[in-house]
Design a protein around this ligand. Structure first.
Ligand code: ADP
Ligand code: ZN
Length: 518
């Protein structure tokens, strides 16, 4: 290891030793090699370019998409006595010129630039007069259509090769599936890049999933079992955020709502209350969490399935930053997935919709997985592992299958006898022998199927019904009030000509965080 890098780490930044990956990446950069660093948030990516920038003669360019982030970094470097500056749309012509002059006279070590600025031909030709010693592309996933935050300006950054053919490039990101990674290398024209891929595993986070039955009550029960623990609940819509926050407040939990539709002052108030532990639960859309580093978040609940594994990973990753046992709970039902697919189809940009479908399919595969969830997650990020984690719902409580023909027959004949003219709830009412007005009006209490399922819970039958829909024995007729109808596939089951294997419904199987449920 070059002693200069270590001495910069110790003398400038005040850290005794490198973290995993930093040393290898820095070494590659110092050797003039292109590199790609894929490391989770918080693992110390910035030092991978800041240290070479300082150790090498001349200056480095850092490309970053977020103005706020640039300002933070420059302020931080300033406080360490490292001359740095940023150029973006907030600066006027004179200010930009001053910075260029400083660069020319070696008075700046690190220059942060917004991509669209850097690509301006005039600006670029000025920089060509005194090329940088390094070009770092932060948030490099933005180059890719496959990334979750595509930015057209980023996709053009490969042009920089023409201006700076001898300058090493380093691309950094915290999220990149395999397709995105390939795009980064191709589009930025990285040449025989040194690749470092950090581990995405967060062993202290237990991944659990529950079938969504009565989500408000499920969430309430969950929080009650984990009294006083701090958590985040993610919902997909603002309306649902309000609903959940409202429900929890009415049930005497200290909860607040956070979404982009709220006033800035309300949002920052909620955030402060949460950071100060004045509230226990933040109910939020994805708008909440970026750049917030609360170490003791004990649980993250997904009230709805997120749209990609990247989002799932990012959001669940806000739990357990302190390394203590934490949980990521997801409530899932198939019809949520249908709704999201429908929403994706509304996207007029055909290619974008394709990408989103692809990403969402990976997410539902994780949700519907019958093998260790952590393995599915890590394999998605290309981190191939084959030992079960022992710390997810599948490992702790493997799904059991059983011959569900009789259950299916009960449900299917109930749908048939009640005239295929009702939805889930009513079918279950009849199955369980409910004494409701509608049952009496329709005289369904006189049917042979009335009450044949009363030994099992409402949730149990809901799970069976959903499985039958999912397996194509029943369809939900959306043109007709969501009534359930039998399909051809139901016939052989009703006639006892085939056996049907089903998953044993699992109803609320979580224990306190850090404890096993059995
Ligand atoms: P990332 O960009 O990967 O999200 P940062 O570069 O912001 O992460 O680093 C996260 C934190 O870790 C920062 O506070 C940084 O100063 C600290 N850090 C980075 N490298 C080291 C190290 N080798 N030793 C101790 N702390 C480090
Ligand atoms: Zn597992």
């Amino acid at each position: 290891m070059s002693s200069s890098a270590l001495s910069v780490l110790q003398n400038v930044f005040g850290y005794p030793s490198f973290r995993k990956g930093q040393q290898e990446v820095i070494e590659a950069v110092l050797n003039g090699q292109d590199s790609l660093a894929i490391m989770p948030t918080g693992s110390g990516k910035s030092l991978c370019y800041q240290i070479p920038a300082i150790a090498l003669p001349g200056y480095a360019i850092v490309i970053s998409p977020l103005i706020a982030l640039m300002q933070d970094q420059v302020a931080q470097l300033d406080s360490l006595g490292i001359a740095s500056a940023f150029i973006n749309s907030t600066l006027d012509y004179q200010q930009q010129n001053d910075i260029l002059t400083q660069l020319q006279y070696n008075q700046i070590k690190i220059l942060y630039v917004a991509p669209e600025k850097l690509l301006q031909p005039h600006f670029l030709s000025q920089l060509e007069q005194f090329p940088p010693n390094l070009i770092a592309i932060d948030e490099a996933h933005c180059v890719s259509q496959w990334g979750h935050d595509f930015r057209p300006d980023y996709a053009q950054l490969g042009q920089l090769r023409n201006s700076f053919s001898r300058t090493p490039f380093i691309a950094l990101t915290a999220t990149a599936d395999i397709a995105t990674r390939k795009d980064i290398i191709d589009l930025l024209k990285l040449n025989q890049a040194f690749e470092f891929i950090g581990s995405f595993d967060r062993p202290n986070i237990r991944y659990i999933q529950q079938e969504k039955f009565k989500p408000l009550q499920q969430v309430e029960q969950y929080i009650k079992r984990n009294t006083g623990q701090c958590g985040i609940i993610y919902c997909t819509s603002r309306k649902r955020v309000e609903e959940v926050a409202d429900y929890l407040t009415r049930h005497n939990f200290k909860a607040m709502a956070y979404h982009a539709g709220l006033d800035v002052s309300l949002r920052s108030h909620a955030q402060t209350e949460w950071l100060k532990d004045n509230i226990q639960i933040m109910v939020a859309t994805v708008a909440f969490g970026m750049g917030i580093n609360k170490p003791d978040v004990r649980f993250v609940i997904h009230y709805d399935i997120p749209r990609s594994i990247e989002s799932f990973y990012q959001e669940t990753g806000r739990a357990g930053r302190d390394g203590l046992p934490s949980e990521a709970l997801m409530l899932y039902e198939f019809s949520d997935a249908d709704r999201i697919r429908w929403m994706i189809n509304q996207n007029e940009h055909y290619q974008r919709a394709e990408v989103e479908h692809h990403k969402f399919n990976s997410m539902t595969a994780l949700a519907e997985s019958e093998t260790c969830r952590r393995l599915v997650l890590l394999n998605y990020f290309g981190e191939n592992k084959d030992t079960n984690c022992g710390n997810c719902d599948i490992c702790l409580n493997p799904p059991t299958r059983y011959i569900g023909t009789t259950d299916a027959q009960k449900v299917l004949s109930c749908v048939y006898r009640t005239g295929q003219s009702s939805g889930f709830n009513y079918v279950i009412e009849v199955l369980r022998g409910a004494k409701t007005q509608r049952v009496r009006d329709l005289q369904h209490n006189e049917l042979s199927v009335y009450g044949i399922g009363k030994d099992k819970s409402q949730e149990y039958w809901l799970s069976i019904l959903r499985q039958l829909v999912h397996r194509g024995l029943l369809v939900i007729d959306i043109t007709n009030n969501g009534h359930l109808k039998l399909t051809e596939l139901a016939r052989p089951v009703l006639r006892n000509q085939v056996e049907l294997e089903l998953a044993e419904p699992q109803i609320n199987v979580t224990a306190e965080i850090g404890k096993d449920s059995k």
